[in-house]
Design a protein around this ligand. Structure first.
Ligand code: FAD
Length: 837
């Protein structure tokens, strides 16, 4: 039997080797358009950064090995240009000589793969625009990078290849921008799971544009301008297009083989095309998606290889094997995270009209008490009868094994309750006695047996936007966790005290519970359920999932091309991650001394600096403080702080989304607000005239920052600024009518300021800013004011303005002095800086 295989990489090369193993007598001819057969297309992006150092490693099997071992006639650099099905002949063109000739076959196998999408945009033929599908593409990219000093790369497309290319360009030290047309990268994941990866990419200083598309490219002398539909222009030294692929069906269409509704070659369960002598596999075919039973295009290497092997068996032994469909199990490395999925996601289930339930769990990759455990976030989707429909997992460790276990469970027809019962390998360094897969099974089973009802982040966000006042939102984390940030309008009742507060909750009104990841919310749910509450739901994935999902997802405008061209890349990188050495202490750090730690994760500026200041005050000279913060600006702020206060900054590292800083307290570090004569000169005086929320926030942040730097601070509140220092629980005072009118019209306290200086939109702007601040864990003006009082700042209320506005001393918060202009001038005279806000 003579078999011709078209396409010599994943599906084709696998099939050729398998046919030979099955049949020593077969005549096998492998046709490949490119110069290389059986190369590792999945490894291509990793050579860009040098992670795969040697290009030759990508050439998995050489042509000669293939010929010698399998006795296959390999015709590389040869294109199949037509199939004559009647006479069973393929027309071939030798791409080196241009010669054309025919090759006859008994059976034909098509594995021509997919072709990258390349829309006809103006300027797309620029020599700086590349694709990545094969070794010559990679060679072109590598030679461009060697010959040009690439500072900024723009990758278009947030799919698997786009993200891998972006990571590797970034690893190579090139400032990298990723542009994606939809509102999320990684289409196989649902939005809130992709949000974890967005957040990680922001931490890695990848400039991320979402919901933005490329309109055109324009070449300049030494760079190309990428025009986006938003109106932005990105200057780039290299552009990589990775916006997806379409099945390569030119030959199949030319031979009038049936094409499916999705555009792939239609095959039956034996992988036979509409012509029984022509089989087809890989990216070029339409498969049946296992969960929904619908036709789909799933261009992945695993299915292509399995199909190649199966088609080979069917060609040799006569349709003995059936392809059961493709689940779509996939995984990707995105910097320090892995993101994997199997089956269908929420969007696909909706499109297929399949009813589903879901749960999100965040578990440790292994026992938490064994060092190095990382979070694995799993979203499980299942039908109301318990069938597993899909799963997504994101985390820095152990994602692959969880996705694979669930994919195997789906293949084996297990349901979510079986996931709870799976007996999985466990020892502390590798897993937990309750593996994350078991945990996902427990949560799903509890939902199915009605002992737990969930609300997802989107439903909660929508319910909160209704503002009907009926929803009771209870944060059952500790008061400290609540302080670090919570969901707007949430009330904090620590789970451990919930039973004592039951009478404060209305059992007849809807109630949503949440904690950090969902476990304490579930316990609270069970408590309330057994006390007669009926309308309770627990937030799926807890505050963690909610805050990721409602966060700003893109990361625009972090690069300035001119700056990138001018400055040293290492300097820019260090600047963005806040990790360049700034002091002799950092270059030669002495890390002896008692070590204290401070967790400032979740706090936004100036929270981490304020906490650091307080913690350093409590230390003795020579002691060390390690601060871990998630605020990306902390790396930069702490350098200025250390310089100012004279403390030693020993190291600043940006690692896995957090900034870790090591400080040593220096004996006479002037960090106390009790001023030395020199520090007195350094006083900051702020005149707070306005009660616009944005202006007040700016003044509070500057004042707190100055205080944390050891500067004495005075704030002089005058006219509308007096609203900031009003107390919400002011006593009822007998006032003249005019004064009463003022009192009722003005905001009651710092936390109820209701205007902003721009885009006020009748108070909407202030509400929006307040929500964003809350979501991002930015302290409220009230809390910042409290910190100022605690930190020893001097607050002076202007007597004259109080008289004019009819505000009395009893209406002001504690710790405010009443003063006149002389008090202000006194302070201002001793100040290095005076600001009027
Ligand atoms: P291919 O492996 O693409 O082979 C098709 C071959 O056919 C091509 O070499 C082409 O030149 C040749 N051909 C086409 N038409 C003709 C013709 N008329 N005559 C002669 N020859 C022809 N998948 C994963 O599962 N995981 C990954 O991590 C992953 N990473 C990837 C990274 C990159 C950069 C790329 C490009 C792909 C990646 N993939 C990954 C996808 C995976 O490589 C494909 O799904 C798989 O290779 C498909 O196999 P195939 O045999 O259908 O096509």
């Amino acid at each position: 039997m003579k078999i011709i295989i078209i396409g010599g990489v994943a599906g084709g090369a696998t099939a050729a080797a398998r046919i030979r193993r099955n049949d020593e007598t077969a005549e096998i001819v492998l046709i490949e358009r490119g110069k290389y057969i059986s190369f590792a297309n999945c490894g291509l992006p990793y050579h860009i950064s040098g992670t795969i150092t040697d290009r030759e490693q990508l050439l998995v099997t050489s042509e000669s090995t293939f010929t010698d071992r399998y006795r296959v006639v390999v015709r590389s650099h040869t294109e199949a240009i037509a199939i004559d099905r009647k006479s069973k002949v393929v027309r071939l063109r030798d791409l080196s000589s241009g010669d054309e000739f025919d090759e006859s076959y008994d059976k034909l196998l098509l594995s021509p793969g997919a072709e990258p999408l390349r829309p006809k945009l103006p300027g797309i033929d620029s020599p700086r625009v590349f694709g990545l599908r094969n070794i010559p593409d990679l060679d072109r990219i590598m030679s461009h990078l060697q010959q040009n000093r690439a500072r900024r790369a723009v990758v278009i497309g947030g799919g698997f290849i786009g993200i891998e290319v972006a990571e590797n360009l970034n690893d190579k030290g090139i400032s990298t921008t990723l542009v994606e047309g939809t509102d999320q990268i990684l289409a196989p994941l649902d939005y809130e799971m992709a949000a974890i990866v967005h957040s990680h990419m922001r931490d890695k200083n990848v400039e991320l544009y979402l919901e933005d598309r490329v309109d055109r490219f324009e070449d300049k002398d030494d760079h190309t301008v990428v025009y986006l539909s938003s109106g932005r222009r990105l200057q780039a030294d290299i552009i990589v297009l990775a916006i997806g692929v379409r099945p390569e069906t030119t030959l199949a269409r030319g031979a009038a083989l049936e094409i499916g509704t999705t555009g792939g070659i239609r095959v039956n369960e034996h992988l036979q095309s509409s012509d029984p002598d022509i089989y087809a596999v890989g990216d070029a075919i339409e498969v049946t998606q296992t969960i929904c039973g619908k036709p789909a295009l799933i261009p992945l290497a695993g299915p292509a290889n399995r199909q190649g092997r199966m088609a080979a068996d069917n060609i040799v032994f006569g349709n003995t094997r059936q392809y059961k469909g493709t689940l779509g199990t996939a995984i990707l490395k995105a910097f320090d995270l892995a993101a994997g999925s199997t089956g269908l996601n929420e969007k696909q289930l909706r499109a297929a009209d399949i009813p589903f339930l879901s749960c999100i769990t965040h578990s440790g990759s292994h026992a938490s008490y064994y060092p190095g455990a990382k979070q694995v976030s799993i979203k499980l989707l299942f039908s109301p009868d318990g069938r597993i429909l899909g799963a997504q997992a994101v985390g820095a460790d152990g994602v692959d094994k969880r996705v694979d276990v669930i994919a195997t469970a789906i293949y084996g027809g297990l349901n979510v309750e079986d996931l709870s019962d799976l007996e999985l390998a466990y020892a502390p360094p590798y897993g937990s006695a309750k593996d994350p897969v078991n945990m996902a099974g427990y949560v799903a089973s509890n939902i199915l047996n009605d002992s737990h009802e969930l609300i997802d982040w989107r439903q909660l966000r929508d319910a909160l936007e209704l503002k009907d006042g009926k929803l009771q939102l209870i944060d059952v984390r500790t008061a400290e966790e609540f302080e670090f940030g919570s969901i707007p309008t949430a009330r904090n009742i620590d789970l451990n005290q919930l039973r004592e507060h039951l009478d404060e909750l209305d059992p007849k009104q809807p109630l949503v519970l949440f904690c950090q990841v969902g476990i304490r919310g579930y316990i609270a749910y069970r408590i309330l359920k057994q006390h007669g509450f009926t309308q309770i739901r627990n937030l799926s994935g807890g505050y963690k999932t909610y805050s990721w999902a409602v966060d700003k997802q893109s990361n625009p405008d972090i690069f300035d091309y001119e700056d990138l061209k001018r400055r040293d890349p290492a300097e820019i990188e260090a600047d963005l991650s806040g990790s360049c050495p700034v002091s002799a202490a950092m270059l030669d750090p002495d890390t002896s001394g008692e070590l204290h730690t401070l967790d400032a994760i979740g706090l936004q500026c100036p929270g981490p600096i304020m906490k650091t200041y307080k913690a350093m005050n409590a230390l003795d000279a020579g002691e060390l403080l390690e601060v871990t913060a998630s605020d990306p600006a902390f790396g930069r702020d702490i350098r200025a702080w250390a310089k100012k206060t004279g403390n030693d900054l020993l190291s600043v590292k940006a690692e896995k989304g957090v900034v870790i800083v090591l400080l040593r307290k220096v004996a006479a570090a002037p960090i106390s607000a009790a001023a030395t004569p020199a520090a007195v000169k350094d006083r900051l005086t702020l005149v707070v005239f306005s009660d616009d929320l944005d202006k007040v926030m700016a003044s509070m942040i500057i004042a707190n920052g100055a205080l944390a730097m050891g500067k004495p601070v005075s704030l002089f509140f005058t006219f509308w600024g007096l609203d900031v220092i009003r107390r919400e629980d002011a006593p009822h005072l007998n006032k003249p009518m005019m004064d009463r009118m003022f009192s009722t019209m003005l905001p009651s306290d710092a936390d109820h300021l209701n205007s902003i200086s721009k885009m006020d939109m009748h108070g909407m702007g202030a509400k929006m800013i307040r929500k964003v601040m809350h979501d991002k864990g930015v302290e409220t003006p009230g809390k910042l004011l409290h910190s100022l009082v605690e930190g020893g700042a001097q607050l002076i209320a202007c007597q004259m303005s109080m008289d004019v506005m009819g505000i009395q001393e009893a209406e002001l918060i504690d710790g405010v002095e009443i003063g006149g202009v002389a008090a202000f001038l006194g302070e201002a005279g001793e100040s290095g800086t005076t600001l009027f806000i």
